[in-house]
Design a protein around this ligand. Structure first.
Ligand SMILES: Cc1cc2nc3c(=O)[nH]c(=O)nc-3n(C[C@H](O)[C@H](O)[C@H](O)COP(=O)(O)OP(=O)(O)OC[C@H]3O[C@@H](n4cnc5c(N)ncnc54)[C@H](O)[C@@H]3O)c2cc1C
Length: 507
């Protein structure tokens, strides 16, 4: 399968991962624990269970590293924008303490895994900063700093940071970290293989069927049985339980890796209000690169995604002397409406089915915190900081406006097995995609660089939302839940588990 864009991490981690388990028959295969999804959440959960005498299986819909973890900016921190003052005010001090503790423990897990296994992933301890990009924002930093004091976060306020853009103040948290996420992920994969975990790539879970004392997971390679199942698929793909499609949305950001003439600065930085610019350098023995991210918007809601890259490039050129762009990519993360992830049981009515999602672009520490919470749950051990993440918590701050906007854009018409005559096609430029009206039906049409034309039914196979064409990446994107397809209708990203209907062209 072809992916729209590889990140810098894909190029630099190539060669670490061992060969894959291929072409398997999984019919009636039994596991004590089956993990769906081999991103950082799935693999860290498997790692924490590997010495517990359990038969562990992991299935991955595509290749390891092609989920969000392969496209992140990889700051490992418990500083999640300005968040702790919000938590104390909208939840409670106790819940804020749980949130902080979980992420603190998560960071310790990542550091310990790297140390114990001597993983070469360019890990570097760094302070993390949220900076004020205007005078008005300083008061919010000060409130957040007060929250740090209540929570014993090892933070500090400063007026000077080494950023090239104008900054009015910043709050820092000491001793956080950064790494190359794919060098880490591929190393985890190798460790799990050595420890007899069975990992299967290109096996997509299609459906989950709970029974009294086990769970069946349907795949094209056969139905797998497991005592316990962890859904670590980023977006929970099965809609039968939990109504996650109403309780999550996806938000997108764009990333540029660039060589700069300026000396690399220490620290990891982000501001809190739009336009958001996240910056840090990636240090390695070969070279130091600036990792700049921003251009955030709700997935599928930007008319021209190229504009997000252009905005980042403008910021880069205005603040650095003759920077050289090495790689550009984009990705999206799941967001909950109260801003706290869902970590725990997938449904109140099903034992032994778990999930972790909604990391709101802070998934490094959260993935390891999830791995701790879920592995403890599987082993029957309580965790005293898990309650705040309960997927079925009562949430006082859910905004009904945002909530209902996740069910808009439901496509009205189905259009199966249609074919379209060549004369019915519009005159498109190379690499242009468009939705056209053909005899009252919508058709998604794309012309590639050599003039071949591909037509699809532009209705998401997940929950029938109308798709839009992403000009920047040449993909069909779902604005409701974030599923993405290539120009031929093949799945690039879930939650969908089915490709798009292809529409034939009659010559
Ligand atoms: C632009 C951006 C920058 C970010 N930067 C940071 C940062 O600096 N620090 C930080 O802490 N967090 C950051 N994040 C968030 C973080 O990257 C993610 O939260 C985290 O990587 C999610 O990991 P995951 O394992 O849950 O998901 P993924 O890495 O997406 O893994 C899920 C896997 O499940 C597979 N899958 C999906 N459906 C199925 C199925 N049906 N069957 C089988 N497999 C399936 C997918 O193919 C995928 O490989 C950022 C996010 C974005 C969008």
């Amino acid at each position: 399968m072809e992916y729209p864009r590889k990140s810098y991490w894909h190029y630099t981690a190539e060669g670490i991962k061992r060969p894959t388990n291929q072409a398997v028959e999984l019919k009636d295969r039994k596991f004590d624990v089956l993990i769906i999804g081999a991103g950082i959440t799935g693999l860290t959960t498997a790692y924490l269970l590997k010495d517990r005498n359990l038969k562990i299986g992991i299935i991955e819909a595509s290749e390891i590293g092609y989920g969000v973890t392969g496209y992140t900016t990889a700051k490992i921190t418990l500083q999640h924008d300005l968040f702790y003052d919000y938590l104390i005010n909208n939840f409670s001090l106790n819940e804020a303490k749980q949130y902080k503790r979980a992420n603190e423990e998560g960071i310790k897990v990542i550091k310990k895994i790297i140390q114990d296994n001597n993983i070469q992933c360019d890990y570097k301890e760094q302070d993390a900063f949220v900076y004020a990009a205007s005078e008005d924002e300083v008061k919010d930093l000060k409130k957040e700093f007060e929250a740090y004091k209540k929570l014993n976060i090892d933070g500090f306020y400063t007026e000077t940071v080494p950023l090239p853009n104008k900054v009015y103040g910043a709050i820092g948290v000491r001793n956080q970290g950064q790494f190359n996420p794919l060098k880490y992920l591929y190393s985890l994969y190798n460790i799990l293989i050595e420890n007899n975990c069975e990992i299967y790539e290109n096996v997509r879970a299609l459906n989950i069927e709970p029974h009294n004392n086990h769970i069946d997971v349907e795949t094209k390679a056969g139905t797998i049985h497991a005592d316990k199942v962890v859904v670590a698929s980023h977006y929970p793909f099965d809609n039968s339980f939990g109504l996650y499609f109403l309780r999550l949305y996806q938000d997108k950001s764009y990333v540029i890796a660039a060589r700069t003439k300026e000396e690399a600065f220490e620290g990891m930085y982000i501001n809190n209000y739009d336009p958001v610019y996240s910056m840090r350098y990636q240090f390695s023995d070969k070279e130091n690169l600036l990792i700049l991210a921003g251009g955030n918007h709700r997935s599928g809601e930007k008319d021209d995604e190229n504009e997000s890259y252009k905005e980042l490039e403008r910021f880069l050129k205005n603040n650095f002397k003759n920077p050289e762009i090495v790689a550009k990519w984009s990705t999206q993360d799941c967001m909950t409406y109260d801003k706290i992830p869902y970590i725990g049981r997938y449904s109140n009515s099903i034992d032994n089915l778990y999930l972790a999602t909604g990391f709101k672009k802070w998934g490094m520490s959260h993935s390891a915190a999830s791995a701790l919470i879920l592995s403890n749950e599987i082993l029957g051990i309580g965790t005293d900081y898990s309650k705040v993440f309960d997927p079925f918590r009562f949430t006082p701050v859910q905004s009904s406006k945002e909530f209902f906007s996740s069910v808009k854009s439901i496509a009205s018409g189905f259009l199966n097995r249609l074919s379209i005559p060549y004369e019915g096609l519009p005159d498109l430029n190379p690499e242009e995609g468009k939705i056209i009206d053909y005899n009252g039906k919508k058709v998604g049409v794309y012309k590639d660089e050599v003039g071949d034309i591909f037509c699809i039914n532009p209705v998401c196979a997940h929950l029938k939302c109308a798709l839009s064409f992403n000009e920047a990446e040449k993909t069909w994107d779902c604005p409701c839940h974030g599923s993405r397809y290539d120009i031929k209708g093949n799945i690039l990203e879930g939650p969908t588990v089915h490709p798009l209907d292809k529409i034939k062209i009659k010559k």
